[in-house]
Design a protein around this ligand. Structure first.
Ligand code: RIB
Ligand code: CA
Length: 328
């Protein structure tokens, strides 16, 4: 059984990731910690509670996290991607369940100390909570089983700038702090998540065969697929495919299907100022005996960045799990 905590900014694709974690028989979702990103912290926290009600798991604790980045100003929420409400403008009723009386960093540190070596944290939003948690307990990396991050991009173009992916750009200082610590850290970035697309026929199969959860994933994905379609139209694509990237769920699938990904390892920095802000800069010559003249990557532990993915295996794991284990 894989015990996981998802640190999340729900978020339409975050919702898909959370549904998968709850549905998969080998995953025990211990809690959700919320962070700003796709919407403000009040909205992402309320959305996390709403999702657990929709997915029939009101027992799972939700702990509220950071409302803004460590250093820079919070960027405007991408309401053109996830809607003003963060869930595709479905304007759902307020949840009846409430947040747990603990903040995200305290929760992550407490759980890691109570169950050392057992828990995987899957971070699918800005890394502010993770940076705060390791600031509270510098031994956190040795107490987690592993940290899996949806974020960054090594070779694929960025989605918020030519060089930067959204989660890393939302809090580059936090991402750079996280990369300075010696977890086991896997980075599931745009290099692989943009190869795992959910087309409308995939999403319709969930709508028709995954209960209320499937219907929610279909309904909330309409706004998200419209964004991706408009993006293709803007790029001059003649017959745009109605689809969306399975960013966050790909990171959770990695918990149970690590072999579907191929990784490269290196020392990682995340640029925190200038026009390249948010860029993940990997030193692939780390541990090769070659030392660069500049000191910026010295003493950086290895991170493992996914560069290849078995798209069908990851996508089918996601779809089949939700259809075979309909939540509600
Ligand atoms: O770049 C994609 C990431 O940014 C995903 O986690 C999505 O939910 C947004 O947070
Ligand atoms: Ca997210």
């Amino acid at each position: 059984m894989h015990k996981i905590i998802i640190d999340t900014d729900p978020g339409i694709d975050d919702a898909q990731a959370i549904a998968f974690a709850i549905a998969h028989p080998e995953i025990e979702l211990l809690g959700l910690s919320t962070v700003f990103g796709n919407a403000d912290i009040d909205t992402t926290s309320q959305n996390a509670l709403t999702l657990l009600e929709i997915f029939a798991r009101p027992d799972i604790p939700v702990v509220r996290g950071a409302s803004k980045p460590l250093v820079q100003q919070r960027l405007p929420a991408p309401d053109f991607v996830h809607g003003v409400d963060g869930l595709g403008n479905l304007n759902l009723a307020k949840p009846a369940i409430e947040l747990a009386d603990e903040n995200a960093a305290d929760f992550i540190v407490r759980m890691a100390n109570e169950q050392p070596g057992e828990i995987t944290v899957v971070a699918v939003g800005p890394l502010t909570n993770i940076a705060l948690a390791v600031g509270q307990d510098p031994n956190l990396p040795s107490k987690l089983k592993q940290l899996i991050v949806m974020g960054g991009t090594v070779q694929q173009a960025g989605n918020v700038s030519p060089l930067a992916e959204a989660n890393f750009l939302c809090d580059p200082h936090a991402a750079d702090i996280v990369c300075a610590h010696d977890w086991p850290l896997k980075i599931i970035g745009l290099d692989v998540t943009l190869k795992v697309m959910l087309r409308d026929d995939h999403l319709a199969s969930l709508r028709d065969s995954a209960g209320q959860t499937g219907k929610f994933i279909w309904d909330s994905s309409r706004f998200y697929v419209d964004f991706y379609t408009a993006d293709q139209n803007q790029a001059g694509v003649e017959n745009p495919v109605r689809q969306c990237a399975m960013h966050d769920a790909s990171a959770v699938v990695c918990v149970v299907e690590e072999g579907a990904f191929e990784f490269i390892s290196g020392g990682a920095r995340v640029v925190s100022d200038g026009i390249a802000i948010g860029q993940l800069a990997l030193n692939r010559k780390a541990n090769s005996g070659i030392e660069y003249a500049v000191p910026h990557w010295q003493n950086r532990p290895l991170v493992h960045a996914a560069m290849q993915v078995d798209t069908e295996r990851v996508r089918n794991t996601f779809l089949k799990t939700l259809m075979q284990h309909a939540l509600s």
